[in-house]
Design a binder for this molecule. Structure first.
Ligand code: ADP
Ligand code: MG
Length: 239
């Protein structure tokens, strides 16, 4: 079910602004990859090019071995969770979860099965008939994650999903996302500028600066053998 991602020589410019510079990245199936770096370094742009929400200027993106570089977002087998929850305010939680599936003509019984599964998994069963306005921030973020999970995608893309939550909730949701990954074994690419979040969640971290991936390695390697001074500073080793 989960697929790897292969990115080769990826470049992206907005006019004269060269935002992604010759990025090569191999994400293994089932891997939890974090894109870590300061604001403006190109994390969201990289995630959006994987999703197909941004066009690439040059290079190639493969998901599960298939070249998707010029494929539209809905045909890439991905599901995305954004920083803003982007739930439909007038729809119930259940409708928020099922809307995308109905649009894609998933059979009714199958929709029911997936909603029940996600509601149990994320403990949002009691919230299904509420509107987003009647939920706490953490509950809303659970629903947003649930809406991605019901898609049963090959790859899940998260863009700073916890940055609008307070510190306590952030820690709780971090644990929950890690547990979900262990349980489902999905391929995840997760953007954050928070070093602790990256170190606790990732199987591998791509440390980015100025549109370049400076090092792509597991947290321990980054900490013990940072490739650059920037990486050393950013992942907090005392180098
Ligand atoms: P990050 O997610 O790491 O904070 P972004 O990928 O959002 O960074 O942005 C990288 C750079 O690209 C920034 O300089 C930003 O201003 C620029 N950028 C992002 N989106 C656009 C756009 N649609 N048009 C022009 N410039 C953009
Ligand atoms: Mg961003």
């Amino acid at each position: 079910m989960s697929a790897g991602i292969s990115i080769r020589h990826l470049n992206k410019s907005y006019g004269a602004l060269h935002v992604l510079r010759d990025i090569d990245l191999e994400v293994e199936p089932g891997e939890f990859t974090v894109l870590l770096g300061p604001s403006g370094c190109g994390k969201s742009t990289l995630l959006n090019t994987i999703a197909g929400l941004d066009e690439t200027t040059d290079g190639e993106i493969r998901i599960g071995g298939t070249d998707v570089t010029d494929e539209e977002p809905s045909r890439r087998g991905i599901a995305m969770v954004f920083q803003s929850y982007a739930l439909y305010p007038t729809m119930s939680v259940r409708q928020n979860l099922t809307f995308g599936l109905k649009v894609n003509h998933v059979p009714r019984a199958e929709i029911g099965r997936r909603v029940a599964w996600v509601a149990d998994l994320l403990q949002i069963r009691e919230l299904l008939d509420r509107k987003p306005g009647q939920l706490s921030g953490g509950q809303r973020q659970r629903v947003a994650i649930g809406r991605a999970l019901v898609r049963e995608a090959k790859v899940f893309l998260f863009d700073e999903p916890l940055s609008n939550l307070d510190a306590k909730l952030r820690t709780e949701m971090r644990v929950e996302i890690k547990r979900l990954h262990q349980k489902l074994g999905s391929t995840i690419v997760y953007v954050t500028h928070d070093q602790i979040e990256a170190m606790t969640l990732a199987t591998r971290i791509a440390v980015m600066r100025g549109g370049v991936v400076q090092q792509y390695a597991d947290p321990q390697t980054l900490y013990e053998r940072p490739a650059t001074l920037f990486v050393a500073g950013f992942v907090g080793s005392p180098a």
